[in-house]
Every structure is written in C-alpha cells, then in structure tokens.
Design a protein around this ligand. Structure first.
Ligand code: PLP
Length: 399
C-alpha cells in the first residue's frame, strides 16, 4: 500500500477531529470539561423537525435513493425561504441543490468550476473545508490573511501583481467564522463587480445569516446586482435550526453553477436522506417562528461570554453576528499552546486560532455552545489559567 497521496499529505491536520479524542480522554479521567470548541450548540432540534422526521420514517418512499433531485418539497421550501428572507427569486429545480450539510458542497465546488492552473482564494483564518476543497481538487490555494486592520475582509484587489489573473474561485464567508466579522454592502458590491470583470466564481458561504444581533441583518450575496452571474451561495440548517448532526443544507445560484456542482455530486454521493429533507422543509417553512427564540438565546450567551471574558481580563469585542468570540491570546504565547494548557489545566476546550490556518495565530475562538452560566465559568477558568501561568496581560498587536 502506498502512503497517503501528496494531496492528502499536503493538508494540515483537522483540529476539530483531534479535540474529540482529547475531550474523551479528559472526561474518562473525570474532568468537568466545558466544550466551547466545535460550532455545535447544545440546543435541541425544532419540534417541527422531529415530528416531520417521525412521519417520514413511516413512509417507505422516503427510504429510497434521493439522487440529486432530492425532495422537491425541500427545494421549494429553500426557494420560498430565500424569497421571504432576502427577496431573491430562485427556481427550485434549477437554481437550488440539496446538500449533505453545506460543508460537502463547499469542498466539492472546486471540482465543478476550476480549470487547470486556476487558483482558489482561501481566507485565513477560515473554515477548513475551503483549503480542503482546493488542495484535494489539485488546485493551488491563494491564501488571503484576514486581519483586523482590514475589518477581516478579503480584498481581492490587494493580491500581488499577476496573482489575481489566476484566481478562478474565491471563498467568502460573512458573517465570518471564526472572526465574527460582517461584510458591508458596499464591500460586497465592489467584490461582485471585480469578480464579474475577472470571471471569478464567488462561493458565498452564509450559514450564519440568521445569527445576528443588535438590529443587524446579514444579506444574501444575491441582493447585490449582478451577483447571479458569478456567485453560488451556501446555506445550512445546522446553526440556524440546531440541526448540526442532521446534515442538511443547500446551494443556490445560476443554472450553470448549480448544474456543474450537481454533476460532480452525481458521481460522489446520492443526496441527503429524503426523510431529513422532509424535516428540513418543515422547519424552513416555519423559519420566522423558529429562528427568533434561538437567536435570542445566542444573544444572551454572547452577552454572558463577553462580560465573563472581559471580567477575566481579556480584550473582547462583542460580535454583531455568528456564535463565536474571536479573542486575542494574551502574552504572545502560541495559540495552540494556550489552548492546550487551558484544556489540560482547567478543562476548557476552545479552538486555537492557528486551527483556522496560520493567519489565525494570535487569537483563540470561543463557541457559544453552552448556557450562560457555563460560559461565565469557562471565562473564569481561562482567567485563572492565565494568572497561574503568569502570562502577561495585553495582546501582541496583530496588524
Ligand atoms: N461554513 C462555515 C463558515 C461553518 O462554520 C460551517 C460549520 O461550522 C459550515 C460551513 C458547515 O456547516 P454544515 O453543518 O452545513 O456542513
């Protein structure tokens, strides 16, 4: 047997998979672990999803192959939702594609849209499926650092001379994981305009569009004029509806882009379980009732965590969106070392910034996965670890 391929060998290890093992080891040793690692909140799924799923399991038609067409009712529910939420009209059969969670669609996209020699813009820090899709498809990743000075925005115009010409695909994700940054409309407009001029496909990853606070409403890229010519948008039921493990999302975009991704997926999977699509349709049709209480719960968690980490001496901004806090590591110690010490000494599990690529160094991410009191306790334990380890307060400036 040969060793892993050079493509697989070229991928960094996947941080979230590794922490699952660390958590199990500590819990077996009796440690009270507070898990703020993966973006997987402890909310139960909506009752409408559970009921629809139970009903679907008794229907033998739901146990058949879904193929890429999937459940037409799910395609329609996704299209209706996008019409109601963003005022965007999409053809359910040609401009929507059910996904087994948005992650697989994001990772499969480079196979569908790139030609030989084209590169992929991968923001760093960023969701690891972007670099995964680029590297596994054999494309070169054009890493773009997300930095506070640029409000964590990907500015394609800033790529060094000669590099923009090679870009075939750019992943953009706002509201952003892990930085929690949001994208102003004028930024989206100029980015769409540039990508139209340069014929760059935009993969607009939008799983946090509903998790927004303080009056902020996150847009769809399709609210920008001309975006349909270049963009494909990814949505997920995971975060908005507390359904991470169900594995359901969808892609939306032009017939050409959706058609290309459909063709790739036809060769590698047979679509999400139809019963899950039935449940997904049920929640999407009730989104306006289901989403506000969930967002309110995330807001309470955000407020408690921000307050707790500030009281523990950290420099924390209160995010306007997502379920994450992106906090500078104090004292200039490597983020992985900070997270390791915190887990081993205080049982608090969070993700070190470098888990999102080298560009995430200098920060750590707190996911609002547990109730307020546990978040406050996690903040207190983190402060205690910093005191005990004698880590100097104050972040090292990140430009
Ligand atoms: N995109 C981003 C930015 C994410 O943070 C995540 C999950 O953490 C996903 C996509 C994947 O979501 P799904 O569960 O739909 O695969």
């Amino acid at each position: 047997m040969s060793a892993p391929s050079s493509r697989v060998g070229g991928l960094p290890s996947y941080a979230v998979s590794e922490i699952v093992a660390a958590k199990r080891r500590l819990m077996q040793a009796g440690v009270d672990v507070i898990d703020l690692g993966a973006g997987d909140a402890d909310f139960p799924p909506p009752e409408a999803a559970v009921e629809a799923m139970q009903e679907a399991l008794r229907d033998p038609r739901m146990s058949r192959y879904g193929f890429q067409q999937g459940l037409i009712a799910f395609r329609e529910a996704a299209a209706h939702y996008m019409e109601r939420r963003f005022g965007v009209t999409l053809d359910p059969m040609e401009e929507i594609l059910p996904l087994i969670g948005s992650k697989e669609g994001l990772a499969h996209l480079p196979f569908a849209v790139l030609d030989e020699g084209q590169t992929v813009v991968v923001p760093e820090p960023g969701y690891p499926a972007y670099i995964g899709g680029a590297v596994l498809s054999g494309a070169e990743a054009e890493i773009v650092p997300l930095v506070p000075a640029k409000r964590f925005l990907v500015e394609l115009e800033d790529l060094p001379h000669g590099r923009l010409e090679r870009v075939g695909l750019a992943y953009l994700n706002y509201p952003n994981n892990p930085t929690a940054a949001v994208a102003p409309l004028d930024y989206l407009e100029r980015t769409v305009e540039l990508c139209r001029r340069r014929k760059i496909v935009i993969a607009y990853d939008n799983p946090y569009c509903e998790i927004t606070f303080d009056g902020y409403r996150a847009p769809s890229i399709f609210q920008v004029g001309g975006a349909r010519d270049v963009a494909i948008e990814f949505h997920s039921l995971s975060k908005t509806f507390g359904m991470t493990g169900w594995r359901l999302g969808w892609a939306a975009g032009s017939r050409q882009l959706i058609g290309a991704l459909t063709k790739v997926k036809s060769y590698v999977d047979t679509g999400p379980f139809l019963a899950i699509q039935h449940a997904g349709a049920a929640v999407l049709e009730r989104a306006e009732a289901i989403v506000p209480p969930l967002v309110d719960a995330f807001r309470r968690r955000r407020d408690a965590a921000v307050k707790g980490f500030r009281q523990a001496g950290f420099d924390v901004e209160s995010p306007r969106a997502t379920m994450y806090l992106w906090i500078p590591v104090p004292g200039g110690i490597p983020s992985a070392e900070f997270a390791r010490q915190l887990l081993e000494t205080e049982g608090v599990l969070l993700l070190h910034g470098s888990a999102f690529g080298a560009g995430g160094e200098g920060f750590f991410r707190v996911a609002l996965t547990v109730a307020e009191q546990r978040l406050e306790e996690a903040a207190e334990r983190t402060g205690r670890m910093v005191e005990r380890a004698g880590i100097a307060r104050g972040a090292v400036a990140v430009k």
